[in-house]
Design a protein around this ligand. Structure first.
Ligand code: OFO
Length: 170
């Protein structure tokens, strides 16, 4: 049976991951609306990855005989005005998710739940990758984003991102 404090923080994290999926879908819809199909693809693929992140936590909690809670998912922001602004928001968002994952790690250590401490390592590594990927796009946009022909090329590149499923492996 899983420790109650750890169960609560994992449930909060499930909610954050599904909120992240909502947020990325809102961004994807915005990019689609302004004709940046590649940016729309990139954020849509990210939304699917966020659902995977939520589902891995869900499956883990069940594997530990925990109780999954279904709390309300916040409505994401939908007012965006340019790719750079959206990617800066993404970067801020991912930094907050990293902080939340770090709290799961500290809590599981404090509660001597070494299984969760071990499990959450995958998320710690995933956050390093996510922050780096987002920052790569920000650097390109900072450098060339005002040039519409380069923005077109960045859009093409982001259009190549493919989804590959992550799942919980026991
Ligand atoms: Fe689940 O990593 Fe982004 O939010």
């Amino acid at each position: 049976m899983i420790n109650k404090k750890v169960e609560d923080i994992l449930n909060a994290q499930i909610n954050k991951e599904f909120y992240s999926a909502y947020l990325y879908l809102a961004m994807s819809a915005y990019f689609d609306e302004i004709g940046l199909k590649g940016f729309s693809n990139w954020t849509k693929v990210q939304a699917r990855e966020e659902v995977d992140h939520g589902m891995i936590l869900f499956d883990y909690l069940i594997a530990r005989n925990g109780r999954v809670e279904f709390n309300q998912i916040d409505i994401p922001e939908t007012n965006f005005n340019e790719p750079m602004q959206v990617f800066e928001k993404i970067y801020e968002h991912e930094k907050s998710v990293t902080a939340a994952i770090n709290s799961v790690a500290s809590m599981s250590e404090d509660e001597c739940d070494l299984a969760t401490r071990n499990f959450i390592d995958w998320y710690i590594a995933e956050q390093v990758e996510e922050e780096a990927n987002v920052y790569e796009v920000i650097k390109k946009l900072k450098m060339f984003g005002s040039d519409k022909s380069i923005l077109y090329l960045i859009d093409k590149e982001l259009g190549g991102r493919e989804y590959s499923q992550h799942r919980y492996e026991n």
